[in-house]
Design a protein around this ligand. Structure first.
Ligand code: TRP
Length: 456
């Protein structure tokens, strides 16, 4: 198909409305990144100063790249790989820009392989909370229960498998039937439960210490690696830098305003992360736990908090159900770019492509499963286990690199007329602000953090 005749609808389907795009994109953005990852990396990086750098990265780099992704997706109306190729051709730029799409598909795949393992933990905790084992539990019990679970590769593998199956099932059903239905209800529910947890945290006796930890400016605690972590997490939490939002952008109706939609999504995503942090850290301090304990942080503190609440087992079940759903609406977006490409280019039917891709990701995920027990002493690079390595490569290298290339393409390669049409920008302050952000601030921001991480 020549790009001049690129249709104004996508062959994969379209969102029923602008609002459903907001829900789907927010469903992609809000996930384990907000509830599991943000609190534990904030804990590992000493709090306050890390949070400031993260917020800066969201506003100055993540949000502009997100706008760029939606814009490119809606202009291309194909999978990210084919969209990048077609738009490069139309801009008179080398076809090699298609490699950005490939890098993204691979990144999504790598992330998905461990994302499904962690989501499996949340799935398992639904049953654990339901068993009532945390009622009245103390920190030691909550910690040792989590460690015992991590030590069991069969259990981890079982729940990883279940989660991969769920993701494949939904993605196989397609854009409207599968993805939209999944996102319509969970967001409000998750919000409510997070506020219940926040309410508990406020009365737990550790709220002051939690606030101080998250917003007190302790710059000496922030390492060079922490800055790179904040940047990588800004991409991760917004789902940008690998084409997921570009793929979803392809299904956005022409009438929707991209910038206000993206700002809504970014604000919502940031709010969920901050509330999750404010719900978790007070529990940490009230119970004498370690804020920097790593990936187990949420799985220790949240059961502990619910265990001390009336009806806690019930709330706990609902909470982990919602986290699991939040994770599934994210994991489907990690698969979508590769899947849309397989369908477009190779004519593979959607369910079959979903199954094949899910299978490969399942196998790769077993590496992460084993890295928490049997392979915990096997280090790939430096002190990194398989999981650490996948996490490092995707967050700290692949996502920022993908985001940098997307910003450069949207800022410097794509013709101004297309940008103007897509974003509804003519001359004036908004057009100038956009140009400065996408051409200069976002790319230089990523380059500066890369340089600082390499030299620092
Ligand atoms: N943003 C999701 C989260 O915070 C994870 C995610 C979904 C993602 N799609 C993505 C991360 C694409 C990077 C790229 O849990």
């Amino acid at each position: 198909m020549s790009e001049a005749s690129t249709p104004d609808v996508s062959r994969h389907g379209m969102w029923s409305s602008r609002w459903l795009f907001v829900l789907a994109a927010a469903g992609s953005a809000v996930g384990l990144g907000n509830i599991w990852r943000f609190p534990y990396i904030t804990g590992e990086n000493g709090g306050g100063a890390f949070v400031v750098v993260y917020l800066l990265c969201i506003a100055a780099i993540g949000a502009p790249v997100m706008i760029a992704e939606v814009m490119l997706g809606r202009q291309g109306r194909q999978s990210p790989i084919n969209t990048m190729r077609a738009l490069a051709k139309r801009s008179g730029a080398p076809r090699a820009w298609g490699l950005v799409g490939w890098l993204g598909a691979l990144t999504g795949f790598f992330i998905l392989s461990y994302y499904t393992v962690i989501a499996g933990w949340a799935l398992f905790y639904i049953f654990r909370m339901g068993s009532g084992m945390f009622t009245g539990a103390d920190g030691a019990l909550a910690s040792s229960a989590f460690d015992a679970f991590l030590a069991d590769p069969w259990m981890l593998a079982a729940f990883h498998t279940a989660f991969v199956a769920g993701t494949v099932f939904i993605v196989a059903r397609g854009v409207t039937a599968g993805i939209e239905r999944a996102v319509r209800w969970f967001m409000p529910g998750l919000f409510v439960l997070l506020f219940v947890l926040l309410g508990y945290a406020m009365t737990s006796g550790g709220f002051g210490a939690g606030l101080e930890f998250m917003f007190g400016m302790n710059w000496s605690a922030l390492s060079v690696d922490g800055v790179l972590e904040a940047l990588g997490h800004a991409f991760f939490t917004l789902s940008v830098g690998m084409g997921a939002i570009m793929a979803y952008g392809a299904y956005v109706p022409r009438s929707a305003s991209i910038s206000s939609t993206v700002l809504t999504i970014a604000a919502l995503d940031t709010l969920v992360a901050l509330v999750a942090g404010l719900a978790i850290f007070p529990v940490v301090f009230a119970n004498g736990l370690e804020p920097g304990q790593g990936p187990g942080l949420m799985f220790v503190t949240v059961p502990l908090a619910f265990g001390q609440m009336p009806l806690g087992a019930l709330f706990g079940v609902v909470f982990f159900v919602l986290v699991t759903i939040a994770a599934i609406t994210s994991s489907i977006s990690l698969l979508e770019p590769a899947l849309a490409y397989a369908v477009e280019t190779h004519g593979i039917r959607r369910p079959r492509a979903a199954l094949a891709l899910g299978l490969v990701c399942w196998v790769l995920g077993l590496g992460t499963v084993l890295s928490f027990n049997v392979w915990s002493d096997i280090h790939l690079v430096g002190q990194m286990t398989f999981f650490d390595f996948m996490d490092y490569a995707t967050q700290k290298v692949m996502l920022p690199l993908g985001g940098l290339l997307i910003a450069l393409f949207a800022g410097w390669v794509l013709p101004k007329t297309i940008v103007g049409e897509q974003l509804g920008l003519r001359e004036g302050v908004p057009a100038l602000a956009w140009a400065v952000l996408i051409k200069v601030v976002a790319p230089l921001g990523v380059l500066a953090v890369f340089a600082y991480a390499l030299l620092g």
